[in-house]
Design a protein around this ligand. Structure first.
Ligand SMILES: Cc1cc2nc3c(=O)[nH]c(=O)nc-3n(C[C@H](O)[C@H](O)[C@H](O)COP(=O)(O)OP(=O)(O)OC[C@H]3O[C@@H](n4cnc5c(N)ncnc54)[C@H](O)[C@@H]3O)c2cc1C
Length: 364
C-alpha cells in the first residue's frame, strides 16, 4: 500500500465523478474507482430532463433539493465547458405535462397550486393553448407548462464530469471494488490488484450499492429499476420545441433534432436487454401522443438501471455509525438533475460545514 488518500470515491457515474471533481477542487487527494468506463451505466443512458417540478408529487425537502440543483445548472454547465471544453447542451426550454383524462387535468391543477406556493413555476393551460404550442400533439384535457424545467445531454454530462474528475483527481477505470474494510482510524478499499487506504470513502456506485451497504452497517435495501428508451427523428423538417410528458412517458427533443422517448419501469431487473414489449410500449406512447409521427425514423434503443431506495429519495451524507463513510446513492429518476447539489452536500459534510435543514433530510 502506497498513497493514503483523503477520499476514495467508488463508482464513476455522474454522482461519483461530480463528487470526486468537487472534492479534488478543495485540494484533497482523491481517488475515483470505476469498474468499467466512466459513465457507462445509468448516467449515460438517462433522458437528461431537469424535471425538478415535473417529477414531484408533494412539497418538502426533496422538492426543495430538486429546485436547488436545477438552479445550479447554468453555472455547472459553464464551469464544465471551461474546465473540459464539453458543452453539456443545457436547454432551458420548459416541459409540457399533458392531461389525457379529465381526472389527470384536475389532479394537475392541484399540483400547480401546491408547487406555486412552494417556489414552483408551473401554470395550467387549457387544451386549445396546448394545441397552439405544439400542433402535432393529439387531443388533451389541457396540461401544465413548467417554464423553468429543462434538459441536458446526459451522456455529455457523464463525459464532462468524468473528464473534470480525471483532470483533478486520480481516476482508475477497469478497477472493480470487491470489499471495504472500515475502522475508526481509516478505510481500506479492496480491488483485485491493490488495496487502497483513505481517511474517508464515498459510496456512489448507483444500482450496485447493496453489495457494500452491510459493510457500512446499513440495510441493503436498494433495488434496480430498469428503463428502456429509444430515439426517433421526426419526418420532414419538424422539430419538437420542448419536452412533452404524458402520464407514463416523455419525449425529450435534443439539439440534433432527434427525440428521446422513455421510459419503461421494470423493477428488480439488472438486465440490459431491449425487449419487444418494452419497445412496443414506447412506440405505442409515440403514436398516442403524436398521431402524425407514423413516418418518423426509428434511430436507436438502449437501457439503463435506476438506483431506487424504499423512500424513493436519495441518501446523501455520512453514515450515523462512522463519519469516515459517506454515501450518495438512490437517485432513482433524478440523478442527472441532482448531481451538482449532491456533490455540494458531500463536500460540505467532508469539510464539516453546517448544512441547510433540507439537506439533512437525506442523511443516512
Ligand atoms: C431510463 C432512464 C432515464 C433516466 N432519465 C433521467 C432524467 O431524465 N433526468 C434525471 O435527472 N435522471 C434520469 N435518470 C436517472 C439517472 O440516470 C440516475 O439517477 C443517475 O445516473 C445515477 O447516477 P449514479 O452515478 O448514482 O449511477 P451510475 O450512473 O449507474 O454509476 C454508478 C457507477 O458505479 C460503477 N460501479 C458499480 N459497482 C462498482 C464497483 N464494485 N466498483 C467500482 N465501480 C462500480 C458502475 O460501473 C457505474 O459506472 C434516468 C435513468 C434511466 C435508467
Amino acid at each position: 500500500m502506497k498513497t493514503i488518500y483523503d477520499v476514495i470515491v467508488i463508482g464513476g457515474g455522474v454522482i461519483g465523478s461530480t463528487i470526486a471533481w468537487h472534492l479534488a477542487k478543495t485540494k484533497r487527494k482523491v481517488l475515483l474507482l470505476e469498474r468499467g468506463r466512466l459513465g457507462q451505466e445509468a448516467s449515460s443512458a438517462a433522458a437528461g430532463m431537469l424535471g425538478a417540478e415535473l417529477e414531484m408529487n408533494e412539497p418538502g425537502p426533496f422538492f426543495q433539493l430538486c429546485l436547488e440543483s436545477r438552479s445550479m445548472y447554468p453555472t455547472f454547465a459553464q464551469e464544465l465547458l471551461e474546465v473540459t471544453g464539453i458543452d453539456i447542451e443545457l436547454t432551458q426550454n420548459g416541459i409540457l405535462r399533458l392531461a389525457q383524462t379529465e381526472a389527470t387535468a384536475s389532479s394537475l391543477q392541484k399540483t400547480v397550486a401546491w408547487q406555486k406556493a412552494h417556489g414552483g413555476s408551473a401554470t395550467f393551460l387549457p387544451a386549445e393553448y396546448i394545441k397552439e404550442l405544439e400542433p402535432t400533439i393529439g387531443n388533451t384535457y389541457g396540461g401544465i407548462w413548467i417554464a423553468n424545467d429543462g434538459n441536458v445531454n446526459a451522456a455529455l454530462v457523464a463525459r464532462a464530469v468524468g473528464k473534470a474528475a480525471s483532470l483533478t483527481a486520480d481516476v482508475l477505470e477497469g478497477t472493480e471494488v470487491y470489499d471495504i474494510t472500515l475502522t475508526n482510524d481509516d478505510v481500506t478499499v479492496h480491488t483485485a490488484l491493490q488495496h487502497y487506504r483513505a481517511k474517508q470513502i464515498v459510496l456512489a456506485n448507483g444500482a450496485f450499492a447493496n453489495r457494500f451497504l452491510s459493510a457500512l452497517h446499513m440495510q441493503p435495501t436498494l433495488t434496480s429499476v430498469k428503463g428502456q428508451l429509444l430515439r426517433i427523428l421526426p419526418h420532414g423538417s419538424y422539430q419538437l420545441t420542448r419536452t412533452i410528458s404524458s402520464a407514463h412517458h416523455y419525449f425529450v427533443p435534443k439539439r440534433d433534432g432527434s427525440i428521446i422517448v422513455g421510459a419503461t419501469e421494470e423493477y428488480n431487473s439488472f438486465s440490459h436487454t431491449n425487449t419487444v414489449s418494452g419497445l412496443a410500449q414506447l412506440l405505442g406512447a409515440v403514436q398516442d401522443v403524436f398521431p402524425d409521427f407514423g413516418e418518423a425514423t426509428f434511430l436507436s434503443s438502449w437501457t439503463g438501471l435506476r438506483p431506487l431506495l424504499p423512500t424513493r429519495k436519495p441518501l446523501i451524507g455520512a453514515i450515523a455509525t462512522n463519519p469516515r463513510a459517506l454515501v450518495a446513492i438512490g437517485h432513482f429518476r433524478n440523478g442527472i438533475l441532482l448531481s451538482p447539489v449532491t456533490a455540494t452536500i458531500i463536500t460540505s459534510f467532508i469539510e464539516q460545514q453546517e448544512q441547510p435543514t433540507h439537506h439533512l433530510a437525506f442523511q443516512p
